[in-house]
Design a protein around this ligand. Structure first.
Ligand SMILES: *Cc1c(COP(=O)(O)O)cnc(C)c1O
Length: 379
């Protein structure tokens, strides 16, 4: 079925979003290109973001960081990996390659210092304090202990504390009390880091939402993800962002069915009147959210049309009324056109967020990464 679908990225729009967000932030940007750049293709997205002015690249796993850092064209770019397990294989190699590491525990700090000694090169680390997200990060009662241990390793030449950072839980809800609490906690964390004698080059706290909505959270570096790809997570704070990704398919077949016909699994819907129904060969295995069944729409033959009944694993059905739609007709699932559905629409239909929709696009959907001027190598 995959020959009947494709995902494409318009890199001019990504470059535009990088520039717009950099102007809003007024401080350097680490472009978050984890998770295949939210489904957009990690390497081409990273290259475009750096060309457009991003000061660094953020990913989660050591493997992602290695894939970026080993490329000659990104070797000089700051690449930061946010997660690793203490004693994870490959740690010395990525330290040796110059990847910067987020450190969220004493155990991680010790294993990075040991890896740096094996690599023969100090590890550049960013200490993460948990300021209220209650996910990763050193808990407040351990801040001093970890900062002092980092200072010792820095004095011994094993690590350089390049950054101090945290992550916000509610930045997309402007005025949520936890935002002020987290910023206050981050200030306390910076105080503890300074008291240990450390002077990190960068302090960073802001994801897309905090970058857009909260000037106090921007510090020395911002870490946008979803906004780079064209989706603004903060209602009421307009920014000129453009969706980068498009997902298209084609109609595989069309048939005319009588009024009263039940459609798709469970017959959750019956045709109210006789209609032409089109079969589209993409389903939840390709990332079309099953939870959007009953609400979703696609753009087909000049207008938005409703998806009938349940979205299946490999296909779904579209109500085309009396319109003479033909097999081979393009279908836009995610697009940037005025009438096209986008990842915000799908997330509203499925009860999720665009990050989830974009990162969920399945591996069967071929990615045609292009810059709008011709194909670019994807790997
Ligand atoms: C993913 C991620 C971000 C980006 O979050 P968005 O809400 O997509 O902007 C920022 N910082 C860290 C550490 C992340 O893992």
């Amino acid at each position: 079925m995959s020959g009947l679908a494709k995902a494409s990225a318009d890199w001019r729009r990504l470059a535009h979003n990088v520039e717009v967000l950099a102007a809003v932030a007024g401080v350097p940007m680490m472009a978050m290109v984890k998770a295949d750049a939210y489904g957009h293709g990690m390497v081409p997205a990273a290259r475009v973001a750096v060309e457009a002015g991003a000061a660094g690249l953020g990913v989660v796993t050591l493997r992602e960081a290695w894939q970026l850092k080993r490329r000659p064209d990104l070797a000089e770019t700051t690449v930061m990996a946010f997660f690793f397990a203490p004693d994870q294989p490959g740690l010395a190699e990525v330290v040796g390659a110059g990847v910067e590491l987020g450190v969220s525990s004493h155990a991680q700090l010790e294993s990075v210092a040991a890896a740096a000694d094996r690599a023969g090169r100090p590890a550049r680390v960013h200490l993460k304090g948990d300021t209220g997200m209650s996910r990763g990060g050193v808990a407040e009662h351990e801040w001093a202990q970890v900062a002092e241990a980092a200072a010792k390793h820095q004095a011994a030449g094993s690590v350089v504390v390049a950054g101090a950072w945290s992550h916000m839980a509610c930045a997309d809800e402007v005025g949520h009390p936890s935002n002020a609490e987290q910023k206050a906690a981050f200030e306390r964390f910076l105080g503890v880091v300074a008291a240990a004698g450390l002077e990190p080059e960068v302090r960073h706290l802001a994801n897309s939402a905090a970058l857009i909505a909260d000037p106090e959270a921007r510090y020395d570096l911002v870490r946008p993800g979803i906004a780079l790809y064209g989706y603004n997570p903060v209602p009421g704070f307009p920014v000129d962002l453009r969706p980068v990704l498009e997902v298209r398919s084609v109609v595989m077949s069309v048939k005319r069915l009588p009024a009263g016909t039940g459609v798709s699994y469970g017959h959750t819907v019956r045709l109210e009147r006789e209609a032409n129904v089109a079969l589209v060969p993409l389903g939840y295995a390709d990332g079309v959210p099953r939870a959007a069944s009953g609400r979703a729409e696609v753009y087909l033959a000049g207008k938005r049309r409703r998806v009938l009944g349940r979205i299946c694993m490999d296909q779904f059905v579209v109500d085309c009324g009396d319109d003479a739609v033909k097999a081979g007709e393009p279908v836009v699932l995610i697009g940037a056109g005025e009438q096209h559905p986008d990842a915000d629409d799908w997330s509203a239909w499925a009860g999720t967020i665009p990050n989830d929709v974009l990162t969920g696009i399945g591996s069967r959907v071929p990615r045609l990464w292009n810059r709008g001027v011709g194909p670019v190598e994807g790997g």
